[in-house]
Ligand binder design. Structure first.
Ligand code: SDX
Length: 392
């Protein structure tokens, strides 16, 4: 501090706003969306109901819920020109780069910053992005695996339709799996919002310049890409893969994670806020056991994950530092069990976090928050005179 400005690296002790959307208690492992516990919502609500709750502040009535579903379905056609953008990407392009670009492309159709004071305009933008984003996610996946794009089926539920758009086969009729529908619905609910995490703070700061909702969401996707944040679920699987290639020796990686001279961290463990346990991890662990148990998946990667989880929970270094498995540890396992490629995991995280980003963006604009523009403490050179290049 210089007496006027205090530096707070990572904003660990800085509150950026007042918000009525999500409540976390890191000590007690509490997570509530608009006052409802994550445990109740994950068990009793579906993803679009939770999206409505986060964005508009209350659970929808039956009529509001039905209208919300219908209005989103009415927005689930993406302009055919967007296909040209997708086809322009080499198959090797990282899906997070693709989905971020596609979301920016949608900005071209929605350049202006929506009139947040008009409930109707805001509602239209919300159903538009909730209708189109899953299509972009599915098309990003189809492009990566070389399958023709699937336009979905509006007679299906929201999450059911996402699975169909992703996993239907052009030469076979698609059979839905209730287990996968429920697991994905729960995963998306658990990821829907998490107060001022890195990507949500990004959406708020970008939106504070009155950039449009789609542009702000695209910025949030880029922030989520980082391996310390949303990219952690992909990093978990890459870590498990390397442990498997290394003979499955989890003890060696536990030692690496504790070695102060080794930058290696156990991906999927620890959390900035939850200093005891991540309540989402408890819920998602159950879903992971169901998906893997019911789908009869035998996968050495998942056996290594279970072994790592057991060892970390019994290791004093981890227990003393409250480094427990977080939501990303288990979501990576479920997505692998669902056959989703590792570099698509963070795209699935973005799909879940979308309602939270929208809700936080809307709250920031409705409260007319000022543009995000922090100060600094200057530690560079004092004034010096320019020297022409021939004299340097
Ligand atoms: C998400 O913010 C959110 O809400 C994020 C998120 C959301 O929903 O949006 O919850 C999603 O991003 C979950 C976190 C996903 N990230 C990972 O799984 C990556 C691995 N985790 C670590 O990088 C780390 O735990 C963080 C980044 C998550 C949290 O870091 P902190 O709070 O800054 O912890 P720290 O660096 O202060 O570490 C405290 C101690 C240190 O040891 P000591 O110096 O005290 O001896 O714990 C150690 C760290 O070295 N430590 C780890 C570790 N995480 C912390 N040691 C080994 N492996 C780890 N994963």
């Amino acid at each position: 501090t210089n007496g006027v400005i205090t530096i707070d690296p990572g904003f660990k002790n800085t509150g950026s706003c007042e918000s009525a959307i999500t409540f976390l208690d890191g000590e007690k492992g509490i997570l509530r969306y608009r006052g409802y516990s994550i445990e109740e919502l994950a068990e009793k609500a579906d993803f679009l109901e939770v999206a409505y709750l986060l964005i508009f502040g209350h659970l929808p009535t039956k009529e509001q819920n039905d209208k919300f579903h219908d209005d989103i379905k009415a927005q689930s056609i993406v302009d055919e020109d967007i296909k040209k953008i997708i086809e322009a990407f080499p198959k090797s392009a990282h899906p997070m780069g693709v989905i971020s670009s596609l979301t920016s492309a949608l900005t071209a159709f929605n350049p202006s910053s929506v009139n947040v004071n008009s409930e109707e305009d805001m509602y239209k933008s919300v159903v538009k992005i909730l209708g189109k984003f899953p299509v972009l996610v599915a098309w990003t996946y189809r492009r990566k695996v070389g399958l023709p794009l699937d336009y979905g089926d509006n007679s299906l539920g929201y999450v059911e339709n996402i699975l169909k758009m992703m996993f239907s086969q052009p030469n076979a009729c698609y059979v839905q799996s209730e287990i996968l529908i429920n697991a994905l619905d729960k995963l998306l609910i658990l990821h829907a919002d998490h107060e001022q995490n890195c990507s949500t703070s990004t959406v708020r700061v970008v939106g504070s310049s009155h950039a449009g909702l789609f542009a702000s969401i695209s910025a949030g996707i880029s922030a989520l890409w980082g391996p310390l944040h949303g990219g952690a679920n992909q990093a978990v699987l890459e870590m498990l893969e390397s442990i498997k290639l290394d003979g499955g020796d989890t003890k060696k990686y536990m030692l690496k994670a504790k070695d102060k001279n080794d930058p290696f961290r156990l991906m999927g463990f620890g959390h900035r806020v939850y200093k005891n346990f991540d309540p989402r991890a408890r819920i998602i662990k159950k879903a992971a056991d169901e998906v893997l148990g019911n789908l009869g998946i035998q996968d050495p990667i998942l056996d290594i994950a279970k072994g790592l989880e057991k060892e970390a929970l019994e290791d004093s270094y981890f227990v003393d530092r409250k480094l427990y498995p977080n939501v990303d540890f288990y979501s990576g396992i479920i997505y692998r069990g669902m056959g989703i490629p590792t570099d698509m995991f963070t795209v699935m995280f973005a799909l879940g976090r979308l309602p939270g980003w929208i809700a936080q963006w809307r709250e920031m604009r409705l409260k007319k928050e000022p543009i995000g523009r922090p100060r600094q403490i200057y530690i560079g050179e004092t004034e010096r005179k320019f020297v022409p290049v021939e004299n340097r």
